[in-house]
Ligand binder design. Structure first.
Ligand code: SF4
Ligand code: FES
Length: 246
């Protein structure tokens, strides 16, 4: 495949940044999107030019590090996949592909396509934990009866990988789907009940402090989420928040 790439280049957080054109040839449709960027970077390094900075780690849809806005969509045109799982067969020979960083005030650009998502870490630090009885009389978790539906819903919520696509795709840069998934994961299980009220209050407050916007029920986050996190989690978080407030 022959491709024209229009890639967001930005030296650092202060730099204004701009889209830069690159031509690529001989790209296999079996390559992943990140493989294609590797090929581009190898060529740039060979020419003595600065490679394009982009985030990645596991390259199998687990870590949530890859975070590209591709042709106006978080994680690109495929559904239920992260950028690292996106294949070049989703594009056609001769295509022009726009590649930008995730954009949100709470995700400042570090360099090129790499953004700082430590705001997500700070939200998790204030609530994503449980108290455990370490007196020696700890009950075996497998002995605690849990409703099957609650267990399934908690598991679904726990599949959120913290990629930030929900924020990047939301017109308000809202982090509600991410925070709701984290709150739900604990709220549905007996082990999560102890800190339930503090957890939801602290996490929502931290989300607001980090500068994320409000949810206006557009639902774009659910559509673009690579893990299919449901909007039902936001409804659950709102109920938890209301309960905690009164
Ligand atoms: S809710 Fe979905 S889109 Fe948002 S951080 Fe989690 S996995 Fe990514
Ligand atoms: S690199 Fe880990 S999810 Fe894409």
């Amino acid at each position: 495949m022959k491709l024209t790439l229009k890639i967001w280049r930005q030296k650092n957080a202060e730099d204004k940044g701009q889209l830069v054109d690159y031509k690529l040839d001989n790209i296999s449709e079996d390559m992943s999107f990140l493989d294609m960027l590797d090929v581009l970077n190898e060529g740039l390094i060979m020419k003595g030019e600065e490679p394009v900075a982009f985030d990645h780690d596991c390259r199998e849809g687990i870590c949530g590090m890859c975070s590209l806005y591709i042709n106006g969509e978080a994680h690109g045109p495929d559904r239920g996949v992260t950028t690292c799982q996106l294949h070049m067969r989703m594009f056609k020979d001769g295509d022009t592909i726009y590649i930008e960083s995730f954009r949100s005030k709470a995700f400042p650009v570090i360099k090129d396509l790499v953004v700082d998502r430590s705001s997500f870490d700070r939200i998790q630090h204030v609530g994503c934990f449980i108290s455990v009885n370490t007196s020696g009389n700890t009950q075996d978790a497998n002995n605690i009866p849990i409703n099957k539906q609650d267990a399934d819903d908690a598991f679904d919520a726990a599949t959120c990988i913290g990629c930030g696509a929900c924020v990047a795709t939301c017109k308000n840069s809202s982090a509600m789907l991410f925070v709701a998934a984290k709150v739900s994961q604990f709220a549905l299980l007996p082990q999560g009940k102890i800190e339930a009220a503090d957890r939801v209050m602290n996490m929502v407050n931290q989300m607001d402090e980090e500068g994320f916007g409000n949810c206006t029920n557009t639902g774009a986050c659910e559509v673009e989420c690579p893990k299919g996190i449901s909007l039902e989690n936001i409804a659950r978080m709102n109920r938890e928040y209301l309960k905690a407030s009164i």
